[in-house]
Design a protein around this ligand. Structure first.
Ligand SMILES: NC(=O)c1ccc[n+]([C@@H]2O[C@H](COP(=O)([O-])OP(=O)(O)OC[C@H]3O[C@@H](n4cnc5c(N)ncnc54)[C@H](OP(=O)(O)O)[C@@H]3O)[C@@H](O)[C@H]2O)c1
Length: 172
């Protein structure tokens, strides 16, 4: 099972200006294209209910596991598209594997990135950097996260937008 974080950051390290902001308001079409392609390859996505609310609908060709303590709010959706969960990250990875997926895309927001990173289950980070500054806003993580990363590749998605892939060096 390969677990990856996929995130787009401002040049000053924020994932959103306001909590109820949808990311596509300030990100590039090239990053959206990468996000769609890479999450479709994985087939399975994890996101917090706040992030899902900014999107507001299922995403074609992908199953979304939504973290929430209010599963009844998501009962109206097709379970093949949306499933409410509240699992320890290691248990979530096992569940996705048991559901037939070989990759799991961790799609935020900050609370979800933090829990999965600190549980030690993340193998890879895809970080897109966009040429924007917010000064303040929603940070990538909500708590201290201390990991060593290895740079795998950098790629220009356009003249303005850079995608960086890191692998997480697992503690022995
Ligand atoms: N730039 C990017 O790439 C990117 C990507 C994703 C998100 N974002 C941004 O991130 C912001 C949202 O981040 P956020 O940290 O505020 O919210 P979030 O992580 O999207 O969602 C938080 C919610 O998830 C649920 N949750 C979290 N941990 C849980 C657990 N262990 N068990 C059960 N439920 C759990 C709770 O929902 P309930 O209240 O329903 O119980 C909690 O209120 C938005 O602005 C969004 O646009 C940016």
């Amino acid at each position: 099972m390969h677990v990856f974080i996929i995130v787009v950051l401002t040049a000053d390290g924020f994932i959103a200006e306001e909590t109820n902001d949808i990311s596509t308001r300030w990100t590039s079409k090239e990053d959206i294209r990468f996000f769609v392609k890479r999450t479709k390859e994985a087939g399975a996505m994890v996101m917090g209910s706040t992030t899902f609310q900014t999107i507001g609908k299922p995403l074609p060709g992908r199953k979304i596991y939504i973290y929430t303590r209010h599963p009844q709010d998501f009962a109206g959706y097709d379970p093949a598209e949306i499933e409410a969960v509240s699992l320890d990250p290691a248990e979530m990875v096992k569940k996705a594997e048991a559901d037939g997926y070989q990759e799991l895309a961790i799609c935020g927001g900050a609370s979800i990135y933090t829990q999965f990173m600190n549980a030690g289950v993340v193998d890879t980070l895809y970080i897109t950097y966009e040429p924007a500054l917010f000064g303040q806003g929603v940070s990538l993580f909500t708590e201290p996260v201390q990991k060593k990363l290895q740079l795998v590749s950098t790629q220009s998605l356009s003249e303005q937008t850079t995608l960086v892939e890191y692998s997480v060096i697992k503690e022995s």
